[in-house]
Design a protein around this ligand. Structure first.
Ligand code: NAD
Length: 382
């Protein structure tokens, strides 16, 4: 199960330990708008967050000479969830590879063993025309791509480039998965499906890869033994790419490996139209005694140096990442629905930042978008 199981009400405020790592560029701007919603939750929904802040990326390099200190990593591991902004920017681009801002995020993912990467592709009705597909194909789309994030061909050994002499080289990467790696991501997929439309599509290339045959068999076994109530089907990755642009609404949860997930989640992201609207979550293993999972929530976009400091960024991807946190780390589905509903209504009312603005309509600033979401939350909760 995801999230806390205890019942909470106005009389029993629970302190949830949240580490905020805003990072660089537009990170602090979009996180700033989410902090306003967190304060609203505290006031209006009696949900208390115990918030700590830390430095990551370029901000941490400037302060400590490293993109992530051991202390910040320890804080992340000790927190119930991490809310991450974005890292990077021209100021740090010339640094050696192993101390660049992005290494801070990669280290967090690795040390927290965040193996399950959740990338929802949701099309808000008001933005359906921004999709690269026809409105009728994407309107109402709500699918979840679950990508295995810590195994597979990006990490497998042997790897490298060999010199075979006579100007011939050989480039090698190896696709490797073990049964426990497949089982744990499959379980996350089935648990997610139970909270959604109860359908999982497992995706590999069992027709040409032994690791795909094993993936398919292991997912099927976990299904039969532990999740027989969930509808499971299997699909080859190339067909899945085609189906995603032919008829994306046929899917609910897609569970797949690191490489195919990388490609398919980007493909699905484009169905929704804008980088400023895409949230994500990365989850670690469940502690068998406490049921707690390490987790990190972040928008898909980067630090957007071209608009940083101008109060122009779209804060909704960060806000939707926070809503995923409420749903998956804290089991607060009702509050997550409230945030999602406020976002949907604000978009429907025509309030848009520049990246999603309709032609001929004046875009609003990042903070004005925050104002609009708060006003809508007030209205919905009245
Ligand atoms: P980017 O996502 O930062 O920006 C791409 C384009 O989308 C830019 O034109 C930007 O203005 C726009 N954009 C992005 N987010 C937006 C938002 N919320 N609202 C409005 N417009 C938005 O990608 P990039 O330009 O390739 O990278 C910039 C920096 O970010 C680089 O240093 C890169 O390494 C870093 N980066 C970090 C992460 C991360 O922190 N997870 C992810 C990707 C890139």
């Amino acid at each position: 199960m995801f999230g806390a199981s205890e019942e909470e009400g106005p009389d029993m405020p629970a302190n949830k330990k949240l580490l905020v790592l805003a990072g660089d560029g537009i990170g602090p701007e979009v996180v700033g708008q989410v902090r306003r919603v967190v304060d609203w939750m505290d006031r209006r929904r009696h949900v208390s967050f115990d918030i700590a802040e830390g430095l990551v990326g370029g901000a941490a390099i400037d302060a400590h000479g490293l993109p992530l200190t051991d202390e910040t990593l320890a804080d992340a591991v000790a927190s119930d969830a991490v809310l991450f902004g974005s890292v990077g920017g021209p100021k740090w681009e010339t640094l050696p590879f192993d101390v660049q801002p992005e290494r801070g995020l990669l280290r967090l993912r690795k040390e927290m063993d965040l193996f399950a990467n959740l990338r929802p592709a949701i099309v808000f009705d008001a933005l359906a025309d921004a999709s690269s597909l026809k409105r009728e194909l994407v309107s109402g789309l709500d699918i979840m791509i679950l990508r295995e994030l810590t195994g597979g061909i990006y990490f497998g050994e042997p790897r490298g480039i060999e010199d075979l002499g006579n100007g011939v080289r050989r480039g090698i990467n190896t696709q490797v998965y073990t049964t426990p790696e497949v089982e744990r991501v499959a379980r996350v997929g089935f648990e997610l499906a139970r909270k959604r439309s109860n359908r999982v599509m497992s995706v590999e290339k069992a027709n040409v890869m032994e690791s795909g045959v094993m993936w398919r068999e292991d997912v099927q076994r976990i299904h039969d033994e532990e999740f027989p109530d969930v509808e499971l089907a299997h699909m080859y990755a190339d067909n899945c790419a085609m189906q995603l642009v032919r008829n994306p609404k046929q899917f609910d949860v897609i569970v797949t490996d690191n490489l195919f997930g990388d490609l398919l989640s980007d493909c699905a992201a484009m169905l929704t139209g804008s980088l400023g609207m895409l949230p994500s979550a990365s989850l670690g293993a469940e502690d068998p005694t406490t049921g707690r999972r390490l987790s990190l929530y972040e928008p898909v976009h980067g630090s957007a140096p071209d608009i940083a400091g101008e109060d122009r960024a779209n804060p909704l991807a960060e806000l939707l990442s926070f809503s995923m946190m409420l749903r998956y780390s804290f089991d607060m589905g009702e509050d997550a629905d409230l945030v999602d509903g406020a976002v949907e209504n604000v978009l429907a009312s025509g309030v848009r930042t520049a990246d999603i603005a309709e032609p001929g309509r004046q875009p609003v600033s990042c903070s004005a978008m925050g104002d609009a979401v708060l006003a809508e939350l007030d209205r919905l909760a009245a």
